[in-house]
Design a protein around this ligand. Structure first.
Ligand SMILES: O=P(O)(O)OC[C@H]1O[C@H](OP(=O)(O)OP(=O)(O)O)[C@H](O)[C@@H]1O
Ligand SMILES: O=c1cc[nH]c(=O)[nH]1
Ligand SMILES: [Mg+2]
Length: 216
């Protein structure tokens, strides 16, 4: 399942426009906050698909029938660009447990790159919804490797991937490897450069959130 959150008219379109806009991107705090807001809206949409149980709670005036989540989700994030999106998801799923993965593109002299994954911390995800945040789904290599590693920690009840901008090629790659994954995208673009950047995309989400890095 793929949901393009921009296909409906909502205030989310404003935030997607701003994170893409070169004349707004120099405001790093706004960039991160817009990512966070996309995470918040995604959390709300995903929450409609999670299972709930009926409970009765005591108010000061009596008893009220309420719903509570059957299981708290696991929120997993790919560092570093995923952090603001993760924060947004955590604002809404405030009792979730979290997993972190460090991955980056290791560039070779010929211009090619491979994904280097060198850190992971994850709770037991058996029977719980797994929600993975990464703002850019380009080739899909980082995400596929991340999901493979996360699944070593148990079988989740559902898998959701939250991205700000996804590329059709990357979505197809993820769907081929993990057909059960539900991809939520702030917007979807069709083009990918030879260096693996999404066009029109927004540039480098990690650098826009946290500053340029030395090339590895
Ligand atoms: O789909 P892919 O082709 O794998 O590309 C997407 C990955 O690239 C970006 O991370 P990057 O490697 O730039 O690291 P960063 O978060 O430190 O900027 C992005 O946050 C994804 O993790
Ligand atoms: O377009 C892209 C592709 C990968 N990572 C980014 O930050 N942007
Ligand atoms: Mg980056």
């Amino acid at each position: 399942m793929i949901t393009n959150l921009s296909s409906q008219h909502s205030v989310l379109n404003e935030w997607v426009r701003e994170i893409r806009d070169i004349s707004v991107q120099n405001d790093r705090m706004r960039f991160r906050r817009n990512m966070e807001r996309i995470g918040e809206i995604s959390a709300y949409e995903i929450s409609k698909l999670l299972p709930y149980r009926e409970v009765t709670i005591q108010t000061p005036m009596g008893e009220a029938p309420c719903l509570e989540l059957e299981a708290q989700p696991i929120l997993a994030t790919i560092l570093r660009a995923g952090l603001p999106l993760h924060e947004g998801l955590l604002n809404f799923f405030d009792r979730a447990d979290c997993a972190f993965i460090a991955a980056y593109r290791k560039h070779h002299r010929d211009g090619s790159f491979e994904i280097e994954q060198n850190y992971m911390t994850c709770p037991d995800i058996s029977g719980r919804p797994l929600i993975i945040a990464d703002p850019m789904l380009a080739t899909g290599s980082s995400l596929v490797l991340a999901i493979e590693t996360l699944l070593e920690n148990g079988k989740p009840s559902q898998i959701h991937v939250v991205t700000a901008i996804a590329c059709t090629v990357g979505i197809e790659y993820v769907k081929r490897r993990f057909p059960q994954v539900h991809v939520w995208a702030g917007d979807i673009d069709d083009e990918l450069t030879a260096k693996g950047y999404i066009v029109p995309g927004l540039g480098d989400a990690g650098d826009l959130s946290y500053g340029n890095k030395r090339q590895s």
